[in-house]
Design a protein around this ligand. Structure first.
Ligand code: NOJ
Ligand code: CA
Length: 560
């Protein structure tokens, strides 16, 4: 029996705002993406995941949804969305949307109604409104901290003009958390799922999938500085939501092969595996590997944890090394002199967004090797846009250009996530490095700067240049993706394991076998003599010289 496509698919994450801009306003859009689907099909991915493209005030770039069943006008409209899905499907590409069920936007009609209705009104019950503590209710209802910094509560002005209740928002104040104990909320998301499944989408990435439910009493969290507040995240009730959604997806019949991939940040791999039980989510990102620095032993133990904790349950492992919330791999692996973050910021910020002096050439070499490693692992993979170009993080955006709410909410201590969201360079010259299409005066439109400034050095990473260079990082991705299809056919359901191969005397290198392929990665600087019994090199992040694979490089080999 063939396994469903998503168990082994490579999905390309499209940060729509920064992918391609068809109308020259400096903001990526659906028409721009549609015009570049050929690029993605030739890259060799199986589908795309679109970051939220619903109407939104964009306070957290689409993760503040004002209407779950329409399209943000800056990005297009429902007709543009339908045309995109149709073209993607014609090219054999699946389309996943991003579902944001933990919170909506403060511009959502329900939240507006809640504000207008006054304390105690039923409209408030769809959110988490509470009276404040202190003499006049001037203190937040509990001590919970938000993910972007500061309290997780904001106080509102009541319709009569006086300071009143507080509402819970784990992210920006423009993102009020829903009360998932209210039946309207469950019903809303049932409808949203059906709305998009009826339009032909193939699944959803679920934002903050470990959120949704909070402890019913909203008690203080004793360890208020720990990033993981166990009263706020990973509540047992949330699993029932995914069972329900799985039943909704199943109503569409097995031929649709619909999937959900959860963004689940939980303390242990066992906690993560609980979301992947057979009647819950088909997939959830394995973020453990993304948090490891470039070191053989740490990579190996993380990969082992994935196979032991997830693979062993029969679920597929969903690998990823980058997304729109973390620093790009080139930068993470290329830091030569780390800089500490401010003490008051949670430790995981420095794991996923480390800062310091970067050697971009070394970082790119390691990122290429990491790609070759990842694509050899059984499971599915998520590839963040621009990673295939070897783009470094833009660490030095001007402060006044920064838009991530993390920057202001952390009191400007955490520079945030804008640096991996800078619009892509498609050409070395031209309007916004080819990100925007220009309109002449007859089109009646001026050319606008991109919504985040692109540095000059983006030119050398341009798609058009890399396509002409067989040694470019883009060419490596194209080669690896096409070879992956051939060497590891998706139909082989039994293909879920790897076997480690010892490399005596080299604890800075890893090798494993999958079927008849050996994948080897040298994390250290010293070249490795490739044992003859591993066979011929099929693919390498850097071509071996005289049988030696250079340091910070990886290869696939096979006995002929
Ligand atoms: C996770 C998303 O990936 C991130 O970009 C967003 O800010 C938060 N969830 C809140 O929705
Ligand atoms: Ca545009």
């Amino acid at each position: 029996m063939t396994q469903p496509w998503w168990r082994s698919a490579v999905i390309y994450q499209v940060y729509l705002r920064s992918f391609a801009d068809a109308n020259g306003d400096g903001i990526g859009d659906l028409a721009g993406l549609r015009s570049r689907l050929g690029y993605l099909a030739e890259l060799g991915v199986d589908g795309i995941w679109l970051n939220p493209c619903y109407p939104s005030p964009q306070q957290d770039h689409g993760y503040d949804v004002a209407d779950y069943t329409d399209i943000e006008p800056d990005y297009g409209d429902l007709a543009a969305f339908d045309a995109l899905v149709a073209d993607a499907h014609d090219r054999g590409l699946k389309v996943l949307m991003d579902l944001v069920p933990n919170h909506c936007s403060s511009a959502h009609p329900w939240f507006r109604a809640a504000l207008a209705a006054g304390a105690g009104a039923p409209e408030r019950a769809r959110f988490l409104f509470r009276d404040g503590r202190g003499k006049d209710g001037e203190l937040p209802p509990n001590n919970w901290r938000g993910q972007f910094g500061g309290s997780a509560w904001s106080r509102i002005i009541e319709p009569d003009g006086t300071p009143g209740q507080w509402y819970l928002h784990f992210f920006d104040a423009g993102q009020p958390d829903f009360n998932w104990r209210h039946p309207d909320v469950t019903a809303l998301f049932d409808e949203v799922l059906r709305f998009w499944f009826d339009r032909g989408v193939d699944g959803f990435r679920i934002d903050v999938a470990h959120g949704l439910y909070k402890h019913p009493e909203l008690p203080d969290w004793a360890d208020s500085h720990s990033h993981f507040n166990a009263h706020a995240w990973n509540q047992p009730e949330v699993h029932e939501v995914y069972r329900r959604w799985r039943r909704i997806a199943d109503e569409y019949g097995p031929e649709r092969e619909l999937t959900f991939v959860g963004e689940v940040w939980v303390p242990t791999v066992a906690d993560l595996a609980a979301y992947l039980r057979p009647d819950e989510l088909p997939q959830a990102f394995y973020f453990d590997l993304l948090q490891q620095p470039w070191q053989a032993g740490l990579f190996r133990s993380s990969i082992e944890r994935a196979f032991d904790g997830i693979g062993a349950t029969g679920a597929t492992i969903t690998w990823t090394l980058a997304n729109h919330d973390v620093h790009r791999t080139v930068t993470r692996y290329g830091i030569v002199r780390p800089e500490p973050y401010h003490d008051s910021l949670p430790e995981d910020v420095s794991l996923v967004r480390p800062r310091g002096e970067v050697d971009p050439a070394l970082g790119e070499r390691r990122a290429r090797a990491a790609t070759v490693l990842l694509l050899a692992l059984p499971g599915s993979q998520y590839l963040y846009q621009g990673e295939e170009l070897g783009l470094p993080e833009v660490l030095n955006l001007p402060d006044d250009a920064r838009q991530d709410p993390t920057w202001t909410r952390s009191g400007r201590l955490d520079p945030g996530r804008d640096g991996c969201r800078v619009p892509l360079p498609w050409t070395p010259q031209g309007p916004n490095y080819g990100f925007s299409s220009v309109f002449g005066s007859s089109g009646g439109r001026a050319m606008f700067a991109p919504w985040l400034p692109q540095p000059d050095w983006f030119a050398k990473y341009a798609v058009s240049e890399q396509l002409q260079d067989a040694t470019s990082t883009l060419s490596l991705h194209r080669q690896a993706l096409s070879m992956r299809r051939e060497l590891f056919p998706a139909s082989e359901a039994a293909d879920q394991s790897i076997t480690w191969v010892d490399i005596p005397g080299r604890d800075d290198a890893l090798a494993f076998r999958r079927g008849d392929i050996t994948c080897v990665v040298v994390f250290g600087d010293e070249a490795l003599l490739l044992p003859e019994e591993w066979g011929e090199v099929l693919l390498a992040s850097l071509p071996p010289q005289e049988g030696r694979l250079a340091g910070n490089a990886a290869a696939w080999l096979r006995v002929q």
